[in-house]
Design a binder for this molecule. Structure first.
Ligand SMILES: *[C@@H]1O[C@H](CO)[C@@H](O)[C@H](O)[C@H]1NC(C)=O
Ligand SMILES: *[C@@H]1O[C@H](CO)[C@@H](O)[C@H](O)[C@H]1NC(C)=O
Ligand SMILES: *[C@@H]1O[C@H](CO)[C@@H](O)[C@H](O)[C@H]1NC(C)=O
Ligand SMILES: *[C@@H]1O[C@H](CO)[C@@H](O)[C@H](O)[C@H]1NC(C)=O
Ligand SMILES: *[C@@H]1O[C@H](CO)[C@@H](O)[C@H](O)[C@H]1NC(C)=O
Ligand SMILES: *[C@@H]1O[C@H](CO)[C@@H](O)[C@H](O)[C@H]1NC(C)=O
Ligand SMILES: *[C@@H]1O[C@H](CO)[C@@H](O)[C@H](O)[C@H]1NC(C)=O
Ligand SMILES: *[C@@H]1O[C@H](CO)[C@@H](O)[C@H](O)[C@H]1NC(C)=O
Ligand SMILES: *[C@@H]1O[C@H](CO)[C@@H](O)[C@H](O)[C@H]1NC(C)=O
Ligand SMILES: *[C@@H]1O[C@H](CO)[C@@H](O)[C@H](O)[C@H]1NC(C)=O
Length: 457
């Protein structure tokens, strides 16, 4: 018997989150807190006051109205506060080290830490002014400034990131443009239950370490309808202090001078249940990659309905245009070796300047890999000469080796079903066209069904 409609409605209302049931979210405009929005005066105090008032009122939206360029030092979001940058408005990150907290781990233009239900949206733009961090521009790779003098950050990757959520729950980032980060763009650390939807990310194509979306030590993340065009890795799950479970990324478009989807290289904990579906990868240095270097294990991963074109840009970027690049080679001789198991590649087509690279290690086998309905086209249109395998970072670094359609090393279980290799012979001079190449190692459980290798020119 059908339930009375009123009872049904009441039941539905109970299922809705509390915020959706209460009155419409309150709006706190930064203009009411004295923001100038002129792009030269710092609006940090006004924006932070609006955020704090919004949090004190139980949550709502903090509006950056258009038109306006709001220059700021680090803004700290609070629970249930959603930063809303209106279409035509921009939040500009400061370019002085004193605009950021003393600790490198908190260097973000927008930072949410220990929050529930914080987010960023609004149709406008958050801009890291990455160009101001370039010391020497170079069409190969820009040389960037490094804020390493205090010692809280070492090396040459000491720059602020754009938007970060640390130890947070119910993160929502949607309908926003994230532009010109100086370092990583959108970073989740130990978060749970996050949605990233309809986000456009633009980084300088020649700038290193301006990753698109880094999902670190976080569970239950959904990324969808995103457009990422940047220099470094585009979607990058990492595990440094905890595992990564349940990540899905769908309906995305990616171009990068590095790897489009890259697991690692920080890989101290496990990666389980990840799905990448309906993704277009254009002119990227690598397509689907896993650099598992530190003993974490990867299992239950599906890549489906992916079209990609990978090309070679310059040796200073890791990679050699591999459409698929999987390795467990340990970072240092004494690093632990993780395994990679149950990975499926279904409905994939690629046009690329290099072959598929599948390299396990002695104690870090690649287990149960499956390729189904895969079309791999090999074609060269840059000056790349081949003959080198790139194991960086760490591991064996660069290894002289013939190039193959698929290179196999330390594998237990590989099922190939309806896979075709297509060779543009005329473009592959100097390349020994070997469909399959093995490095001396244990390989077992290979099965080939409906596999072909043919010349198309
Ligand atoms: C977040 O919580 C951790 C652990 O409770 C604490 O150390 C840290 O100071 C908190 N950070 C903020 C910004 O509240
Ligand atoms: C600081 O950064 C500069 C410039 O990238 C680099 O050459 C230098 O090695 C770094 N110093 C330290 C201590 O990390
Ligand atoms: C995606 O976000 C942009 C603003 O960044 C907005 O203009 C557009 O309408 C959004 N698309 C959808 C389908 O909501
Ligand atoms: C993710 O899930 C794993 C397994 O339940 C748990 O150990 C870890 O703490 C979770 N991480 C977060 C950030 O909730
Ligand atoms: C992953 O998702 C499944 C269901 O989709 C859920 O049962 C499981 O608890 C999730 N894992 C974590 C660590 O949250
Ligand atoms: C695949 O993603 C594109 C956006 O990149 C979207 O337009 C299209 O509708 C998606 N296809 C399916 C079947 O979801
Ligand atoms: C990876 O798997 C191996 C073998 O099962 C196990 O010994 C190791 O602890 C796992 N690594 C992590 C980070 O859980
Ligand atoms: C692969 O493509 C076929 C044919 O287009 C489709 O029927 C099937 O559902 C796809 N598989 C996956 C896992 O998306
Ligand atoms: C084999 O894969 C191709 C795509 O590479 C697809 O068009 C074709 O339908 C597949 N054949 C079967 C029998 O699934
Ligand atoms: C290949 O090298 C030639 C000569 O150095 C150069 O003119 C050309 O631009 C290069 N092509 C590509 C695609 O890099």
């Amino acid at each position: 018997m059908a339930a009375p409609p009123l009872l049904l409605l009441a039941a539905l209302l109970l299922l809705l989150p509390a915020a959706a049931r209460s009155a419409p979210a309150r709006v706190f405009s930064v203009a009411d807190y004295g923001a100038a929005g002129d792009g030269s005066r710092y609006d940090t105090a006004a924006i932070q006051a609006a955020v704090d008032a919004c949090a004190a009122a139980g949550g709502g939206r903090v509006l950056l109205p258009a038109p306006g360029d709001y220059l700021t030092a680090t803004v700290r979001l609070r629970s249930r506060v959603v930063l809303e940058v209106a279409p035509g408005a921009r939040l500009l990150g400061g370019t002085r080290q004193r605009d950021y907290p003393p600790e490198f781990r908190r260097w973000y233009v927008v930072l949410a830490e220990n929050t529930t239900g914080a987010g960023v949206t609004g149709g406008g733009e958050i801009n890291g002014q990455g160009g101001a961090f370039v010391v020497t521009p170079s069409a190969q790779k820009n040389v960037m400034v490094s804020w390493n003098a205090t010692g809280d950050c070492l090396g040459d990757e000491c720059r602020p990131r754009l938007v970060g959520f640390i130890d947070s729950k119910d993160v929502a980032v949607h309908d926003i443009t994230l532009n010109q980060p100086a370092l990583w763009c959108l970073h989740l650390v130990r978060c749970d239950n996050s949605v990233i939807r309809n986000v456009s990310i633009y980084g300088d194509f020649d700038t290193p370490n301006n990753d698109g979306i880094d999902i670190e030590d976080s569970n239950n993340t959904v990324i969808t309808d995103c457009h990422i065009d940047t220099g470094d890795d585009a979607i990058c799950p990492k595990s440094s202090t905890g595992p990564v479970y349940n990540l899905t990324a769908t309906n995305c478009w990616i171009r990068t001078k590095s790897c489009a989807i890259k697991f690692g290289s920080a890989s101290f904990f496990n990666f389980e249940k990840l799905l990448f579906d309906n993704i277009t990868i254009v002119d990227s240095h690598r397509g689907l990659g896993m650099q598992i270097r530190d003993g974490g294990n990867v299992s239950d991963v599906t890549f489906s309905n992916i079209k990609m074109r990978t090309r070679y840009y310059h040796p200073s970027w890791w990679g050699r245009a591999e459409p698929i690049y999987i390795t467990t080679c340990p970072r240092h001789p004494d690093s632990k070796e993780g395994t990679i198991s149950d990975v499926r590649f279904i409905n994939i087509s690629s046009v690329s300047e290099n072959g598929v690279f599948l390299a396990g290690s002695k104690h870090g086998l690649l287990r149960n890999l499956k390729f189904k309905n895969v079309e791999l086209t090999y074609k060269r249109w840059t000056n790349y000469t081949g003959g080198l395998y790139d194991y960086r970072p760490g591991c064996r670094k660069m290894v002289k080796h013939k190039t193959g359609g698929m290179m196999l090393e330390h594998i237990s279980g590989l099922e190939v079903d309806n896979v075709s290799m297509r060779w543009w012979r005329g473009s592959l001079e100097g390349w020994d066209v070997n469909p399959l190449l093995f490095r001396p190692s244990t390989i077992d459980g290979l099965s080939f069904h409906d596999w072909q290798s043919l010349d198309v020119q």
